[in-house]
Design a protein around this ligand. Structure first.
Ligand SMILES: *[C@@H]1O[C@H](CO)[C@@H](O)[C@H](O)[C@H]1NC(C)=O
Ligand SMILES: *[C@@H]1O[C@H](CO)[C@@H](O)[C@H](O)[C@H]1NC(C)=O
Length: 492
């Protein structure tokens, strides 16, 4: 794992960083190398602290700029230069008229676009030394003489400076507007071809060039402003504010504060809170304060606090979906019936011979995830209620077990989703209640430690592998992912 020069001031956090990009076979823009830093803080919290912070570095802006330029270039190619006409007057020859028409942009070359961070909430797009090639037709009339031909126009030294100001709208979406645009054209050269009278027009090339330069100059910023409002803004809006996870939960990725620029990053502070779609009440969990110095070796760094994970657990818990029932038909290798109770509850085995047993596993208190140097860990306290299933399907409660274990969660990303894999430590049992007398619960430990990892854990991991949406705009996928976990640092 590469060294990650991050200094979390308060607590471990989950970090994500994206490095380098590549085009996928499907032309999907891909940001690779997502590193994730887990931050857990218990100190100072405020309702407005984010649970999820995304920071785009200059490297990321360069990538975004390249992508955006493909679109802007296409838009600039559509510059529509209107037909243009004029009259000329030459001593002894008298008056004549000319017209330029059917002008089309053949190329808009942008050699070195740059996107720079500007304090405190904007980006500056700068384009220098761009050039435009335009071709068209001309015709001229002088008394009874008529002539026509083609021309090529090259517009050189085009520079564009546009300020893009970031903000948010009341729904928590990021907004981006072109607050200022300036353009400049160094020179325009016209090349007239065609025989008769072409020389005549050539005499007026300076006047024609100046007029065309003014026409084009006025169009450039109009196109830039329009591209920002009709292309960039809708694209930025594809960033989910509420990302649906599944039927049960969604994630609130709304901005908790306006987007800001630091001298190295564009920073978005998002709520990063899971909620139960069935009923969204106030969360009993407070987001910790997240303080860290991210690395600009990556395109994008995402810092995720334990708040994100714990609101997830809470939302599933609140919805009542954090439970699982094991019956006798689950596994062919292991028959879950009263026979297995014989060694420690012979009375039950005798009363309900060879009847099915059902285990209902629940989490009576919301498991708490914490971020450790080794990754995410939790110490869930679970309960298992065992029942006998009578032939008429009535459940007879047998006993209630308390179960303690340690678990870890490995986090990864796939495409635009955060995925995970859980590992479970050994389960320790405690008999909490028995309707058929006390027994040595140790005798059950091996069975439970076989059943849970083989029956329950795969179901949890199947769900974790399906993943949870990350706040990425449309068409962005993660192809590499680096996870960093940070330990709590003493508060200075
Ligand atoms: C199911 O069977 C048990 C035992 O035979 C009986 O006590 C109980 O009333 C039955 N329940 C139903 C719903 O039929
Ligand atoms: C559970 O704890 C034990 C002892 O500290 C440790 O060796 C093991 O790796 C842990 N397992 C998980 C899945 O966290």
């Amino acid at each position: 794992m590469p060294a990650f020069p991050t200094v979390p001031i308060r607590g471990p956090e989950v970090w994500a960083a994206l490095e380098d990009m590549a085009w996928g076979p499907d032309n999907v823009r891909k940001w690779s190398t997502l590193a994730l830093l887990a931050i857990m803080g218990t100190a100072l919290t405020a309702a407005t602290d984010p649970g999820f912070v995304a920071m785009i570095s200059q490297k990321g802006l360069d990538f975004a700029c390249q992508q955006g330029m493909v679109v802007l270039q296409e838009e600039l190619q559509t510059i529509n230069v209107p037909d243009f006409s004029g009259v000329f007057k030459i001593k002894h020859l008298g008056k004549g008229s000319y017209e330029f028409y059917s002008m089309a942009v053949n190329g808009f070359h942008i050699p070195n676009p740059e996107m720079k961070l500007q304090p405190t909430d904007s980006l500056q797009l700068s384009i220098k030394e761009a050039s435009i090639k335009i071709s068209g037709k001309w015709k001229t009339k002088k008394n009874f003489l008529k002539a026509s031909g083609n021309f090529d126009l090259s517009v050189e030294g085009v520079s564009i400076f546009a300020d893009l100001t970031l903000g948010s709208d009341p729904t928590g979406h990021i907004t981006i507007t072109c607050s200022n645009c300036d353009s400049h054209i160094d020179s325009v050269h016209i090349e007239i071809s065609g025989s008769m009278l072409g020389w005549l027009i050539r005499l007026f090339h300076r006047k024609i060039e100046t007029s065309l330069k003014n026409i084009i100059y006025k169009k450039i910023c109009k196109i830039v402003r329009n591209s920002v409002s009709s292309k960039l803004q809708p694209y930025v809006k594809t960033l989910p504010v509420v990302a649906r996870v599944d039927d049960v939960t969604s994630i609130d990725y709304s901005l908790v504060a306006p987007m800001i620029t630091t001298n190295q990053f564009l920073k978005g502070q998002l709520k990063g809170q899971f909620f139960w779609r069935g009923h969204r009440g106030p969360s009993p969990i407070d987001p910790p304060e997240m303080k860290f110095v991210p690395s600009n070796d990556y395109m994008l760094c995402m810092a995720i606090s334990d708040y994100f994970f714990n609101t997830a657990v809470f939302a599933y818990q609140e919805s009542g979906t954090l439970k699982i029932s094991l019956g006798n038909r689950l596994d062919t290798r292991f028959k879950l019936n009263t026979d297995f109770l014989k060694p420690f509850l012979p009375k039950v085995a005798k009363m309900f011979p060879s009847m099915g047993v059902q285990l209902l596993i629940t989490a009576p208190s919301t498991p708490h995830l914490s971020i450790q140097p080794s990754g995410l860990s939790l110490n869930p306290k679970l309960e298992t209620q065992a029942f006998v299933v009578l032939p008429n399907a009535t459940l007879v409660p047998l006993f209630l077990l308390g179960m303690k274990t340690n678990a870890s969660l490995d986090v990864d990303a796939e495409e635009n989703r955060l995925i995970g894999e859980m590992k479970l430590g050994r389960l320790l049992l405690e008999l909490k209640r028995s309707n058929f007398g006390s027994f040595k619960v140790k005798l059950l430990e091996d069975v439970i430690n076989y059943l849970i990892p083989t029956m329950v854990l795969p179901k949890i991991n199947e769900r974790l592998r399906r993943g949870f949406p990350l706040p990425l705009p449309a068409g962005i996928q993660v192809i590499n992912f680096v996870f960093y976990s940070y330990q709590e640092f003493p508060v200075a």
